[in-house]
Structure formats: C-alpha cells, structure tokens
Design a protein around this ligand. Structure first.
Ligand code: URA
Ligand code: CA
Length: 443
C-alpha cells in the first residue's frame, strides 16, 4: 500500500492494519518516508483518533525501532515510574531514592525538558559533577549495586519516538491521546522494567488538561503496558499548580533534599508517598498499602532515603557532600521578588505560564543546542488557597540574566496568579487510580 493511501485511509476514519503501521514507522525511521507525509498522518490521527488495536501496535512498532534494554541480570522485580510531565514536578528525585531505600529495585531511563515541562536529567545534572549519560552496563551495574539507577535515556531507545516527537512539536499534534500514550509507553517498554507506575497529570500545567482526557490517557497506557506483559498502575494527579515551591533545576534538587529529609512541601510529599506505595506493593516489597506507607514515612524520617540519594549522586560522579551542604549547589547572581498590589487569596495559578517564565530566566533551552542555567528558576511563596497581603512577595526569581528578562518574568508571574477577596479550598492532589480492573475516583 502507498503512503498516500495509508494517510487517506486514516483521514477517512478507517482502521489501519498492523503491517501498515509497521511500514509507516519503519519507512520513517529509515528515511524513506518524508516528514510531510508523516506530519499529515499525525494530523489525521489527531482528528480521527486510533482504535485500541492501532494504538497498541503503534507503540510496539515504536518500541521495536531501537534497542530493547534487558534488565534480567538485575535480580528481583524492577519498577519504573513516569510522569506525563508537569511544572516543578520534583517527584522522581525523591521517589527513586525513597523507594530503593525501602527495598525495591528502581531502574529508570529519563529525559530532558519537553515544552513547558522540566526534565529529570537536567535537574539531577544541576548537582556538580553528576553526569547521567551512562552506558547500558553502567545503568545495570548501578541498579544491581544500589537498587537505584536513573540515567539519561540512550540515543537508541525508541528512535521512532524521537523523530515523531520533534515533528509533533512543530505541527500542533503533541496533545493527542494515542500519540502521547504510544510515545511514553514505547520508551517504557523498551527500557525493560517489569512494572511501571504512571503519574498522569491533569490541570492547567498538563498536556491533558481536563480530568476525563487524563483518565482516558491513563487507561490507554495501562492497557498497552498490561497487554505487553508488564504490571502497570496509573495515578491521575493535579497539575493545577506547580508541585512544591521550587521550579528550576538546582532549586528542585534543594527541594528534593528537604523532602528526602522529611521536610518537604506537603503536596510533593503526599504525591511521593502515594506513588511510592504503588511501587512497593507492585514490587512485592510491602504486603499492603498501609505497610508500604509506614515504611516510606519511616525512611523519610530516619535518614535512610537521604543516604540512598547520597550513594546515587556519588555513583553518577557527583560530590555526595552537596547533599549535606545544599548551599554548594549553583546559585544565581540576582534574586528579584515578585510582589502583588492586591491583597486577598490565591484562587488560581497558571502552571504553564510559570513553566515558561522559569525557562525564560535560563532554566530551559531556547534552542536545541543551548545550555541551560542549572541555578535559574522560581521559588513560589504562595500557593492555591493561601492568603496574601498587599506588597507581600508571591515568588522570588532566580536568574543570571539581565533586568529586562527579569522584569518580563515578573509580569508573567503576576499574570499567572489570580488573587480574589474570597478564599477557596485548593483542589485535591490525587484524583483517580487507574488499573486494568477499572477507574477508582479518589476525589
Ligand atoms: N511525554 C512524552 O514522552 N511524550 C509525549 O508525547 C508527552 C509527554
Ligand atoms: Ca517542585
């Protein structure tokens, strides 16, 4: 079948055969099918969607486009976690060491920033000396030794996704559920973990803003993973405001160190405990959610989670002393307060806008080749539901860039906050739990 005919059939809402999807992905990765035809195909998928069968097959074809990591040399059940992407989402930095310190093996390949969202590789590499570009042997050896290995995803992991993602990014086809689900799950399947706990974000900082579409994405990913023989659970969680108070790489490392010491912001800690319970139970390291919760809480209180992070940082080439002296993390020359003329209560926060503001301060890459400034970002002093007095700071900007950039960001942050006379109750963080058995609404 010609590529033209394949695009036409998808455009007209027909279901594609597995062999047709293979031909499209194979032809694209081999350079035989040009961008413009794949772009047209993606737009057809955007409008027509995909059947479950098409989406599962697309995921398998993308996973098979590169290497498949074999983790069988690491004894025990290997568990991975993945978030669909948020703002100030510091979770992996805390969850990895915490869960490993409670006896499960965490093996995770992770990415850099994407759109308005930050990336775990960039955050961890804000620690002086840390380098997450590791060989597969190193990835496996670290997991064996520490029960914790988080490294940058290798160049050959699902190369079809790299190509498709770059094309989606410039053709307004990122936020389509079958495309997000296949993008994420192809990488998870290729990275080899036995079980995957997914954090699917909903809210104004998420790729799937509405709760129904986030639940739909969660179900799609759980089904794909389960059909491929993996254990998969998804929590649908709120991204109606950044998680915790820190947005930016070194700032988030500091926040993670506080959380690993039992002094983290409430929402970040709540999410880490909920995800951690799923991971420990899935891995067979705890008999029940209650037992898992107690174990995780103890590890945050007694220093064992932080000790695991120290070992991991050292294994990745960093100075473990940074963990005990976070003041050694990179800092910026300038700090600017962001004030508001209005007193009242914070009733909404535009997370996407804060994510973009943080990047403009140096925390993100303006071009693919640019370096990020690990020290740059935003520290939030006010979150949803908080009272604020006139002239009290909403946030502090951290940047090495000039006054004009800072003033621009001040404006963006002011506009991201709505302040009203009447208080609100902040929305719950945990919204739904999705397994193969169905959807359990949590709030
Ligand atoms: N994260 C991914 O890896 N892919 C998407 O499509 C969206 C978020
Ligand atoms: Ca944060």
């Amino acid at each position: 079948m010609s590529t033209y005919e394949l695009i036409r059939r998808k455009r007209d809402g027909e279901e594609l055969q597995p062999s047709e999807i293979d031909a499209l992905i194979g032809g694209y990765v081999d350079g035989e099918i040009p961008d413009y035809q794949v772009a047209a195909f993606l737009m057809a998928v955007y409008f027509r969607g995909m059947t479950a069968g098409e989406c599962h097959h697309l995921t398998r074809a993308m996973a098979a486009s590169g290497e498949r990591v074999d983790l069988s040399a690491i004894p025990g059940f290997k568990v991975d976690k993945h978030s669909t992407g948020g703002v100030g989402d510091t979770t992996s930095l805390v969850l990895g060491p915490l869960v490993a310190s409670c006896g499960a093996v965490v093996a995770k390949m992770t990415g850099r920033e994407l759109g308005h969202t930050g990336g775990t590789v960039d955050k961890l590499e804000a620690i002086p000396g840390v380098n997450l570009t590791r060989s597969k042997d190193d990835f496996i050896a670290t997991a064996k030794k520490l029960g914790l290995s988080i490294v940058a995803q290798s160049q050959d992991l699902a190369p079809a996704d790299k190509l498709l993602y770059a094309l989606r990014n410039v053709t307004a086809t990122v936020d389509a559920i079958p495309l997000i689900a296949s993008s994420i799950m192809s990488k998870k399947l290729a990275a080899g973990a036995d079980g995957i706990v997914l954090d699917v974000k909903t809210g104004n900082g998420a790729f799937t803003a509405g709760l129904p579409s986030a639940i739909d994405l969660a179900r799609t990913m759980v089904d794909i993973g389960t059909d491929a023989g993996r254990r998969v659970v998804a929590l649908v969680t709120s991204m109606d405001q950044p998680l915790g108070r820190a947005v930016g790489n070194a700032l988030e490392v500091q926040e993670a160190i506080a959380a690993l010491s039992g002094r983290g912001p409430r929402d970040l800690t709540e999410l880490v405990l909920a995800m951690g319970c799923e991971m420990l139970v899935m891995a067979g390291a705890a008999a029940s959610g209650k037992a898992a919760h107690d174990r995780l809480a103890a590890a945050l209180g007694d220093g064992s989670a932080l000790a695991k992070f120290r070992q991991y940082v050292s294994a990745m080439g960093g100075d473990p002393g940074t963990i005990d002296h976070p003041e050694r993390l990179p800092t910026t020359k300038h700090h600017w307060p962001v004030c508001t003329p209005t007193a009242g209560y914070v009733t909404s926060i535009d997370s996407l806008r804060l994510g973009m503001a943080s990047k403009s301060l140096g925390a993100g890459r303006p071009t693919k080749e640019a370096a990020i400034d690990p020290a740059a970002g935003i520290l939030l002093h006010k979150k949803l539901g908080d009272a604020i007095l006139a002239s009290e700071p909403l946030a502090t900007i951290h940047t090495n860039l000039g006054e004009r950039v800072a003033q621009d960001a001040v404006l963006q942050i002011q506009q991201a906050y709505s302040i009203r006379p009447d208080p609100i109750t902040p929305p719950p963080l945990l919204r739904a739990r999705v397994t193969r058995q169905g959807v359990e609404e949590l709030a």
